[in-house]
Unconditional design. Structure first.
Length: 262
């Protein structure tokens, strides 16, 4: 099943060989890997190296290490949530620029909206209309229901993704909208004007999806991302300008005090 690991990259090769065997279906979901003793002989590696490789595979969500009688390393079913976890961490860390995030969202959310328009059914539209009704009630209440509006906004995006019937789209969009709030909190005021505009965009998008107008749905989704990215960019520039001015004031203050002392 496995080959002797090359001595130059023992640890990485053990991980790679087992991973490829799982992904290729040579080891099926629910099947237990050979015992540690057998794996050590197959790979010709130490116990410590093998256990470290198994820990990495467990962290990747490919296996589950079960202890006790009847335990072992059991192959797990692929979990879409785990697949998108790295993307979520990247977004949540705010190490991604606003432009890069917007560029990615335009492409992904535009495609999702277009496919939703092509694949929607009556129950999808009913769900979207119900959520849109909640969003409108939040808008009428004003900023006091800002957080509730942002939550229903996310639910509408998730419902649109579900309409595509594509689990990859659903996983990616869930990862984006579960973690993008850090950017919203920092760079969007979400005052009455922005909330109203956001709600209008959602309403227009749902209309396009209901009509089956794929091109319009793609255009509306991309346009929404572009405009709100523009708002966030301006806020980011203001934040940067304020930080720069504050730094200059602090750096000049000691020099002024020194001159007064003379």
């Amino acid at each position: 099943m496995f080959q002797t690991a090359k001595p130059t990259k023992v640890f990485q090769e053990v991980v790679t060989q087992i991973e490829e065997a799982i992904l290729a279906g040579r080891i099926e979901t629910g099947q237990t890997l050979p015992s540690e003793r057998d794996l050590k002989e197959m790979f010709q590696v130490s116990r410590g190296t093998l256990r470290e490789a198994l820990r990495v595979l467990e962290q990747k969500g490919l296996i589950e290490i079960r202890l006790g009688v009847g335990g072992g390393s059991v192959v797990r079913a692929m979990d879409a949530g785990r697949v998108s976890e790295s993307l979520g961490l990247l977004i949540r860390s705010q190490k991604v620029s606003l432009n890069h995030l917007a560029e990615f969202r335009e492409a992904v959310e535009g495609s999702i909206a277009a496919q939703a328009a092509e694949r929607r059914c009556a129950s999808d539209i009913r769900k979207l209309r119900e959520l849109l009704g909640v969003a409108r009630s939040c808008v009428q209440a004003g900023r006091g229901r800002r957080d509730e509006f942002l939550e229903v906004d996310k639910q509408i995006h998730m419902a649109i993704a579900a309409t595509t019937r594509n689990p990859i789209y659903q996983s990616v969009l869930t990862s984006i909208h579960d973690n993008i709030h850090r950017y919203y909190d920092r760079f969007l005021s979400m005052d009455d004007h922005e909330i109203q505009e956001n709600c209008r965009d959602l309403s227009d998008l749902v209309d396009a999806i209901e009509k089956g107008a794929a091109d319009d749905a793609r255009r509306l989704a991309r346009g929404h991302v572009q405009r709100f990215n523009g708002y966030m960019q301006r806020r980011a520039q203001e934040e940067h300008a304020g930080a720069t001015a504050s730094f200059r004031r602090k750096s000049l203050a000691p020099k002024g005090e020194a001159r007064r002392k003379r």
